[in-house]
Design a protein around this ligand. Structure first.
Ligand code: T6T
Length: 326
């Protein structure tokens, strides 16, 4: 008798212990992760996505385009929709207008959208032209452009000619950076002239060639703003190739190891670190919260920056934002 009831108690305890696990497995959501391109920024974002997925018990399907652009991202998106098992999609649209249609198709197929790093429309998901994504989680890139402009202006002593190397038109992130940069140079630095803006289509070799051509065309160039990983790497490389390291100052958006090395060598004067890990982690938290019925998730979350200079690069509180890719 005693044996029987002990067994019954043990069985009941096992069932109770297993119940939350079973419920959790059944409720588990599946989230697609479709960033912009293979680069250190999105690799760190992927670490954030995976960490949150582990912590919250979410299944992740990741597809990373090899090159930047709508023509590459759209068929990958279509294939992710066709799988039929995604509940949410965390994505960085590679064009603020052209990706609206393909992402609406995902929504129509029952997949809820969270945009990270880049947004659709004007990014105002409450009153703007595009309101279907749950949220935009990313940098305030106009502010990042302003910070970059003030950093470059300081590095060149407040006067001279500067040049912008960027990736593509109509991408909310890099477009915002150029807007903020122009705004500050126009309003705060009357002695600084912006001599050009090139689009390298997120290709580092193109960025090298374009910056080299500008150095030829404008022999008294004082500074370059590289608006993302490949733009800044290309700009820094061209400056070094021309033997102008330290003479022509570079401001680098994105805290890659390469940018930090160039900062230590005096080629780059300021590195602006974004927080891609946070973007990825929070996007998964938002998906889980939405699935659980949370209705007041913020429609826009700005993740902030770390401004890295030679004065603080070894401070652990700042250095932790340098992109660490395994
Ligand atoms: O700068 C990031 C990202 O914010 C931008 O949207 C695209 O380029 C990067 O991924 C860096 O390469």
């Amino acid at each position: 008798m005693l044996k029987k009831s002990l067994f019954a108690m043990l069985f009941a305890a096992l069932v109770l212990a297993a119940a939350p696990l079973t419920a959790r497995a059944q409720d588990r959501i599946t989230v697609g992760f479709l960033p912009g391109v293979v680069d250190p920024f999105y690799q760190v974002m992927q670490l954030g996505v995976e960490a949150a997925a582990r912590d919250l018990g979410v299944k992740i399907i990741t597809q990373i385009p090899a090159t930047w652009g709508v023509a590459v991202q759209t068929p990958i998106l279509d294939a992710m929709i066709a799988r039929g098992d995604l509940d949410y999609l965390v994505t960085a649209p590679t064009d603020k207008d052209q990706m609206i249609g393909p992402l609406e198709a995902a929504l129509d197929a029952g997949i809820k959208i969270i945009t990270v790093d880049t947004f659709l429309g004007d990014g105002d998901y409450i009153n703007g032209p595009v309101t279907f994504p749950i949220s935009y989680i990313g940098s305030d890139n106009i502010e990042g452009g302003r910070i970059s402009a003030r950093g470059l202006a300081k590095a060149i002593g407040g006067s001279g000619k500067v040049y912008i190397n960027s990736t593509n038109p109509n991408v909310s992130s890099v477009e915002g950076r150029a807007i903020g940069f122009y705004e500050v140079m126009d309003n705060e630095f009357p002695n600084i002239e912006i001599v050009g803006l090139d689009f390298n289509l997120d290709d580092m070799n193109t960025a090298v060639q374009q910056t080299a051509a500008t150095l030829q065309r404008v022999p008294d160039l004082a500074g370059v703003f590289g608006t993302n990983v490949f733009s800044a790497q290309g700009a820094g490389t061209a400056v070094v190739n021309a033997g102008l390291g330290g003479e022509v100052q570079v401001v680098a958006y994105d805290a890659t190891q390469f940018a930090i090395e160039q900062l230590r060598e005096g080629i780059v004067s300021l590195v602006l670190a974004q927080k891609p890990f946070d973007m990825g982690y929070m996007a998964i938290q938002f998906a889980v919260a939405d699935a659980a019925g949370v209705t007041s998730l913020p429609r826009r979350v700005e993740t902030g920056f770390a401004i890295i200079t030679s004065d603080n690069v070894d401070d652990p509180a700042v250095a932790r934002f340098i992109y660490q890719v395994p």
